[in-house]
Ligand binder design. Structure first.
Ligand SMILES: Cc1cc2nc3c(=O)[nH]c(=O)nc-3n(C[C@H](O)[C@H](O)[C@H](O)COP(=O)(O)O)c2cc1C
Length: 164
């Protein structure tokens, strides 16, 4: 990471995608404690990462529920708290099923973004990434912005092979 920072210079933003889990083991945590998460992520931030993009299948799931409960900080929340870096969260925003459904050929219905608004209002993380909801509906952001929630389309797996 230090070499990348050196190569791109001080003004180039470096965003790094990180994941606690694996497709082969959805329950594994690469860092099972905040201390181990700090030991993993802080050296990367100190070497030049500006933004950590923390992978999750469902943004509302707490990373260490044994420490701060079922409504506790998610992965991006802990990454921000432990490193001070700007963080991006992700995972089933606006949909009722996670991304693995899409890879299994299944769709997901539109769902409320209220829980996301609550986490963003308490500054748990800085940005949210939206995957499938946008793949299925390029007008998703403007619909959310204008409060037109009743016309949100959800996600159909056929969108993976179509340009919309
Ligand atoms: C077609 C497709 C391709 C993806 N490719 C990648 C990838 O190459 N690397 C990655 O880290 N995540 C990848 N993802 C995962 C997304 O970055 C994101 O974490 C996931 O779709 C969850 O967000 P969503 O629930 O809003 O869809 C992909 C997702 C989809 C649907």
């Amino acid at each position: 990471m230090a070499a990348i920072r050196k190569a791109v210079g001080p003004d180039f933003p470096i965003i790094m995608r990180v994941s606690q889990w694996k497709q082969q083991d959805l329950t594994v945590r690469l860092a099972p404690t905040p201390k181990e998460m700090t030991d993993w992520l802080l050296p990367l931030v100190e070497a030049g990462v500006d933004v950590l993009h923390c992978s999750q299948r469902r943004f509302w799931e707490p990373e260490f529920p044994e420490l701060d409960g079922e409504n506790g900080l998610n992965c991006a929340g802990w990454a921000k708290k432990l490193t001070g870096a700007t963080t991006i969260s992700v995972g089933s925003v606006g949909l009722d099923g996670d991304v693995l459904n899409a890879f299994a050929g299944k769709g997901s219905k539109a769902a409320s973004v209220q829980r996301l608004v609550e986490r963003m209002e308490r500054d748990e993380f800085d940005l949210i990434a939206v995957g499938r909801a946008l793949l299925g509906d390029p007008h998703w952001v403007s619909k959310i912005q204008s409060g037109d929630h009743k016309n949100l389309k959800g996600f159909d797996a056929a969108a993976l092979s179509a340009l919309v």
